[in-house]
Structure formats: C-alpha cells, structure tokens
Design a protein around this ligand. Structure first.
Ligand code: ZN
Length: 222
C-alpha cells in the first residue's frame, strides 16, 4: 500500500487535493478533521474528550489523535493506497505514526501556498453540515453543491482561531517538513494554481519520487 501524507498551511488545499488524489488512484482519503467530527457526532466518551479541542482549535492530544488515526488506517489496510490529510501535525506525531505497523509513510507532499493567500481562502470557506463537503462563498449560495445541505463556517475557521492555527503551524508543524526531508521522503508542490493544475503537479512529484514501482504510475493521467 502506498501511503501519502499531505502537508501545508491551513487553507493550502490539502482537503481538496486529498480528495482528488484518492479519486484519481482509488485510494482511501483519511482527513483527520472529518474523522474527528464524525467521532464527535457519534457520541460517547471519545467524542466528549475530542469536542473541546474542535471548538477551541487547540491541538488534539497525541494519544487521542493516534487512537482515531489507528482505527481509520485499520479500516483501510487492504486498500492499494491511502492519503493522510491533517495528520501527523508534529514531529512527535510522525514518530508515533512510524511506530505502528500501518503507519509507514512513502512520501510527504508539501503543498506550498503563501500566508496572505491562505487567509483569504479560509475567510470564504464553508462546510456542509450534512456531508462535510467544503465550498467557497464565492461560488455557492449557502448550499452544498454536492448534496444541497446547508453550509456553515467551521468553528475553527473563525478569524481569531485561524490566526492561532497558522501561528501553531509555523511553530509545530513546519519542523515536520525537515523531518520528512531528512528521511528523503519530502516533495514540495506549488499550491497557488487552480486545483487541477496543483493535482497534476502532485502526480508528477509522486511519479518522480516513487518511481516505477508505484501504484501512481499506471493511473497518473496528468
Ligand atoms: Zn453536502
């Protein structure tokens, strides 16, 4: 199984690119934010433990995040590939992930987008309360273009929360780029263009990096 981790600032397009990458290659898309929200909606003790972190935008403790990721990876362990989006977020989380049997990462893709660009994108971002699809206020009228459900701004997309998350990215997540680079498993892709162009850049980078043994080679169309 090919396992790809997507990295980049909030608003860099990780969610969109993760979904596109999974669709193109028939891989599982594990967006940790979605997995967290699904867990909270399901109720129970793990939901009660998670909810305060989602509301405040604070980082979910490593043990709690790993337990959610482990369950998700286990569900997809017989697939051909998996895209991890939103995890790991710190070097410590990457080390913990590397320690579990399902946690071997083939390549980390850094989607590079400038800070002022991501701030504008996040201000427009809305999420469907029914199906978690993400949309922008510039191209929809308050309805999900996938299922027609109502869309809202996520609590963690409120401006004050976004500023905290971006500062935390610089402090805690950016060192991950160096960590994966040190393993020879980091590629960086320009994330400023339209989604299909960014997607083509990701496929080229994966083919370059993973080479002829990769599942990507046979299915890359761009
Ligand atoms: Zn929807």
């Amino acid at each position: 199984m090919t396992t790809v981790v997507l990295l980049g600032r909030q608003g860099s397009g990780k969610g969109t690119q993760g979904r596109l990458l999974a669709e193109r290659h028939g891989w599982a898309h594990l967006a940790l934010g979605d997995e967290f929200r699904r867990t909270v909606r399901g109720g129970g003790t793990r939901a009660a433990a998670l909810e305060p972190y989602l509301l405040t935008g604070e980082l979910v403790p490593d043990s709690l995040a790993l337990s959610v990721v482990r369950d998700s990876l286990a569900r997809h362990r017989f697939g051909v590939g998996c895209v991890l989006d939103g995890y790991p977020r710190t070097v410590r989380q990457a080390e913990l992930l590397a320690d579990i049997p399902e946690g071997d990462v083939d390549v980390a893709v850094n989607i590079a987008v400038a800070p002022d660009v991501v701030l504008r994108r996040i201000a427009r971002r809305r999420v469907c309360i029914c199906c978690d699809a993400v949309s922008s206020t510039t191209d929809v009228t308050g309805r999900c273009d996938r299922c027609g459900g109502p869309t809202v701004r996520r609590a963690d997309d409120e401006p004050a929360v976004v500023r905290r998350r971006l500062a935390r990215y610089e402090e805690r997540t950016r060192p991950l780029l160096d960590w994966y680079a040190g393993l020879g498993r980091l590629v960086t892709v320009d994330g400023h263009g339209p989604p299909d162009r960014v997607a083509a850049g990701i496929d080229r980078a994966l083919v370059d990096h993973l080479g002829a043994t990769s599942d990507v080679v046979g299915t890359a169309t761009a």
